[in-house]
Design a protein around this ligand. Structure first.
Ligand SMILES: *[C@@H]1O[C@H](CO)[C@@H](O)[C@H](O)[C@H]1NC(C)=O
Ligand SMILES: *[C@@H]1O[C@H](CO)[C@@H](O)[C@H](O)[C@H]1NC(C)=O
Length: 355
C-alpha cells in the first residue's frame, strides 16, 4: 500500500503544524440510539452472506448453500443484477423477523487488495442533495443512485408493502455493499419519511464527512455498523482528526468485535461504541490492516466464490420472472406478470446456463 503510506505521512506532517489540532466536529449524541441485538446481528450476517451467491436460480428460490437454517422460509420478492457495474441485491420477506430485508453485495473487483488500496484515494467530491455541507464520495453514491439498484429496490419495496403491509425494513450490506446499503436506507427515509427503516452493515468503509454523519444519525437513527477486529476497510477512506471539516467521518453507531484472552482461551467480545461514529476506543484503537478480518464476520464467510469475475448463473426456467433492460441488467421478480408462484420451488434442479 505504498501510495497510502505516503498520503498518511504527508497528512500526519500537516497535522503536526495544524492550528486546529485535536478539535473534532462532534456528531450529536442521541439518547434513543439503537439498542444492539446480538441475535439479530448473527441472523443478518447469514442473510448478508447469501447475496454473494452467483447462482441466481438457487438464490431466487432460496435453496442456495449460503441460505442457512437461520434464514429459513425467506421469500425473495425481487433479485436485481446490474451487469454493467457488477452489482447484486435482493429484496424479500423474512418470516422469522417479520421484516423486509434489502441486501447488497460488496465489490467484485479483480482483487480485494486493489480495491482496498483505492479506498485511500476516495475524495469527498459530491454534495449530498438538499443537505448543506454534507459531502460524500461520488462512487459510493452513484453505485446506488445511478444504477439498476435504486429503481429495482424502490419498486420491490412498493410491492412488499402491498403484499405485507408497512412492516419494518432492514437494509444490510458488507464492505462496498454496506456503503450502498447506507445510501439506500437514507434514500428510503428521505423519500418515504419512513420511521421503520433499520440498517446493519458489516465492515463498511466511510462514505461521507462529519456534516453528512450528523444528518445521517438524525434521519436514520436505527443504524449499526459492525466492525471486526483489525478489518482494514472501516479505517478507509482515512480519518484525519486535524481536518475536522475536510475528513471522512463514520456515522454512528459502531459495534466493534474484538478478541479477548490468549492461547486456547480466545473469544470474541462485542463493544457497543459511543454516539460519535468515531469512538477512539473501538476499531480506531487498533491499526486495522487486516483483509482476512474483513472477509469473515461472526464466523460467516462474506465473499463470492471467485473474485475477478462477475459470473452469474441463470436457468432458462427463470425466464417468466425475468426482465432484462437494454444494457443486459436483470431483474427477477416474484410478482412478474408471467410468473406463477407454484413453479418457483421446482427450479432448483439442473438446467443452468452461465452468463
Ligand atoms: C433480538 O432479536 C431477536 C431476533 O429478531 C428477537 O427474537 C429478540 O426478541 C430480540 N431481543 C431483544 C432484546 O429485542
Ligand atoms: C449515470 O449513469 C448514466 C447512464 O448509465 C451515465 O451516462 C452517467 O455518466 C452516470 N453518471 C455518473 C456521474 O456516473
Amino acid at each position: 500500500m505504498g501510495k497510502g503510506i505516503w498520503l498518511k505521512t504527508a497528512v500526519l506532517l500537516c497535522c503536526v503544524f495544524a492550528v486546529s489540532l485535536g478539535r473534532e466536529l462532534k456528531v450529536k449524541h442521541e439518547d434513543d440510539m439503537p439498542v444492539f441485538n446480538h441475535t439479530l446481528a448473527k441472523i443478518l450476517v447469514e442473510y448478508n452472506a447469501a447475496v454473494y451467491e452467483s447462482d441466481l436460480t438457487e438464490l431466487f428460490s432460496w435453496t442456495c448453500s449460503r441460505c442457512s437454517d437461520m434464514t429459513q422460509g425467506f421469500e425473495v420478492i425481487e433479485l436485481i443484477v446490474d451487469i454493467q457495474y457488477c452489482l447484486q441485491a435482493y429484496v424479500g420477506f423474512a418470516k422469522n423477523l417479520n421484516a423486509i430485508i434489502i441486501a447488497f453485495r460488496g465489490t467484485q473487483e479483480h482483487s480485494i487488495q486493489n480495491w482496498v488500496e483505492d479506498l485511500y484515494w476516495k475524495q469527498l467530491d459530491l454534495n449530498y442533495p438538499d443537505m448543506p455541507d454534507a459531502m460524500v464520495h461520488h462512487g459510493f453514491y452513484y453505485a446506488y443512485h445511478n444504477t439498476t439498484l435504486r429503481p429495482g429496490v424502490l419498486s420491490a419495496v412498493k410491492k412488499s408493502k402491498d403484499l405485507y403491509g408497512d412492516i419494518n425494513i432492514i437494509v444490510i450490506g458488507h464492505s462496498m455493499g454496506g456503503a450502498i446499503a447506507s445510501f439506500c436506507a437514507l434514500d428510503l427515509t428521505v423519500l418515504h419519511k419512513a420511521k421503520n427503516v433499520q440498517v446493519m452493515t458489516f465492515g463498511q468503509p466511510r462514505i461521507g464527512n462529519a456534516a453528512f454523519a450528523a444528518y445521517y444519525s438524525e434521519l436514520v437513527p436505527n443504524a449499526i455498523r459492525v466492525t471486526n477486529d483489525h478489518d482494514v476497510v472501516p479505517h478507509l477512506p482515512p480519518y484525519y482528526s486535524c481536518f475536522p471539516r475536510k475528513t471522512y467521518h463514520h456515522f454512528p453507531k459502531e459495534v466493534w468485535l474484538y478478541k479477548l484472552g490468549f492461547g486456547s482461551l480466545v473469544y470474541t467480545a462485542e463493544k457497543v461504541c459511543d454516539g460519535s461514529g468515531e469512538d477512539p476506543s473501538c476499531s480506531r484503537s487498533v491499526m486495522g490492516k487486516s483483509i482476512s478480518d474483513h472477509l469473515v464476520y461472526y464466523g460467516v464467510n462474506l465473499q463470492a466464490e471467485t473474485w475477478n469475475s462477475c459470473r452469474i448463473v441463470t436457468d432458462p426456467r427463470l425466464a417468466r420472472y425475468r426482465t432484462t433492460d437494454h444494457a443486459g441488467n436483470i431483474i427477477l421478480s416474484r410478482t412478474h406478470p408471467a410468473a406463477s408462484p407454484q413453479t418457483l420451488n421446482t427450479l432448483s434442479d439442473g438446467g443452468a446456463d452461465t452468463v
